[in-house]
Design a protein around this ligand. Structure first.
Ligand SMILES: [Zn+2]
Length: 159
């Protein structure tokens, strides 16, 4: 359920999206709020400016939360975003442990406004393969560390 307090923060995310356009960036904005509604961080889309396909505001905030917040704090946050998170961002949000997402435009509504937003091809994936070889580094890693890596640490790099 979206409350009037949610709508106020959602309006701020929409305002961030509008401001992004004035900066020459794409019209997408997001913020992360604590349980009391305090804004912890804001971001807008900088894909063109940074020449970085991952520079969506939702993914930036999810990465920020995973770096800067402990798990309990992250779980108490809500992301407010001007459009429904794409698949890339939804994956990052899940790994970051955020508690909730509230969005304004759905993906279908966005595609209605800009059909190119829904033009992503499905890339064929072939696999699984080479199980006996591929499992060796994975098993060695988890035997060394004595268990699964902390949430979000899927590439083995120190956080
Ligand atoms: Zn995205």
């Amino acid at each position: 359920m979206i409350t009037s307090a949610d709508e106020d923060l959602l309006r701020r995310a929409v305002a961030i999206a509008a401001h992004a356009v004035t900066l020459g960036d794409a019209p997408y904005g997001s913020l992360l709020a604590g349980p009391d509604g305090a804004v912890l961080a804001e971001a807008h889309n900088t894909v063109r400016r940074d020449n970085d396909i991952s520079a969506h505001p939702e993914l930036k905030l999810a990465r920020w939360a995973a770096r800067e917040l402990d798990g309990d704090t992250a779980a108490g946050t809500t992301m407010y975003t001007s459009c429904q998170p794409c698949g890339m961002c939804a994956g990052g949000i899940a790994r970051s442990g955020l508690g909730r997402v509230v969005y304004a435009l759905s993906t279908d509504q966005l595609v209605g406004l800009n059909p190119e937003s829904g033009a992503w091809p499905v890339v064929p994936q072939d696999g699984p393969a080479l199980l006996a070889e591929a499992r060796v580094p994975v098993e060695a890693y988890y035997r060394q560390s004595g268990g699964p890596a902390p949430a979000g640490d899927t590439d083995g790099t120190p956080s």
